[in-house]
Design a protein around this ligand. Structure first.
Ligand SMILES: C[S@@+](CC[C@H](N)C(=O)[O-])C[C@H]1O[C@@H](n2cnc3c(N)ncnc32)[C@H](O)[C@@H]1O
Length: 220
């Protein structure tokens, strides 16, 4: 049973229609700039051991895993079949609206690394999702939640639209810890804009990540 953190009013969003409708057409675009994506791939290279079973929750046609990364299996989840089918890193995938059903169809302790990129901001019931992620993660395994400062505004609950970048980090951490994840590491970094603009001093997408471990299970 998930430990609730949000008030019901904070789960509301401007567009209350089924999220499947919003994602019905594939979007073969990058939601994050090249500087953000490179930083994320570097983080994955540091954090995810070779041979890991990886879950890319709320995925699309890209998973941002480093080219050289070799994993036992990469499982994808999302809302658009065409995007997931085009993702070269996925060994399997399934479709599920997490705002309607938070039960993750994977066995207990079967995943080493759970990844969510630019997705947490759309969760209306993050507590139940975080609790399920803890259940399916092996002892010593981890969750990495990464995001920037952009969103589809009408699809994000008020808890996200009405708060700052630092508050987003604290909120993700609070929800994870409430479900039994370890005290997270928080990353908050600026990036340089890709290419010439970066050389001219322009910033890229800011990089935020929350990393937490399942060490509760390791102790039991
Ligand atoms: C901005 S995209 C990010 C996709 C991908 N992680 C990436 O880095 O390109 C947001 C993703 O969140 C997922 N998503 C949004 N709302 C969802 C919901 N209600 N249930 C499940 N997944 C959802 C979809 O898979 C969608 O592609």
């Amino acid at each position: 049973m998930a430990v609730l953190v949000l008030e019901e009013s904070q789960r509301r969003k401007w567009d209350g229609a089924d999220d499947l409708l919003f994602y019905a057409e594939p979007r073969f675009v990058h939601h994050l700039d090249a500087s953000f994506r490179q930083r994320l791939s570097e983080l994955y290279a540091e954090q995810i051991p070779p041979g890991a079973v990886v879950l890319d929750l709320m995925s699309s046609w890209v998973s941002h895993l480093p080219e050289s990364g070799r994993y036992e299996r990469v499982i994808g989840h999302g809302l658009n079949e065409k995007e997931l089918a085009a993702n070269p890193r996925l060994d399997s995938y399934w479709l599920q609206n997490l705002n309607l059903n938070q039960e993750i169809p994977l066995p207990d302790g079967s995943v080493d690394a759970c990844l969510i990129v630019a997705g947490w901001q759309y969760l209306q019931y993050p507590e139940a999702v975080a609790s399920e992620l803890l259940r399916i993660t092996r002892p010593g395994g981890q969750v990495i939640v990464a995001f920037s400062n952009r969103m589809f505004f009408t699809k994000a609950p008020l808890i996200w639209t009405d708060s700052s970048d630092q508050e987003h980090l604290d909120y993700v951490a609070q929800v994870l810890v409430a479900q039994g994840w370890s005290q997270p590491s928080l990353i908050s970094e600026t990036t340089k804009a890709p290419g010439v603009l970066g050389l001219l001093g322009q910033s890229g997408d800011p990089f935020f990540a929350v990393i937490s471990r399942n060490d509760q299970a390791a102790m039991s």
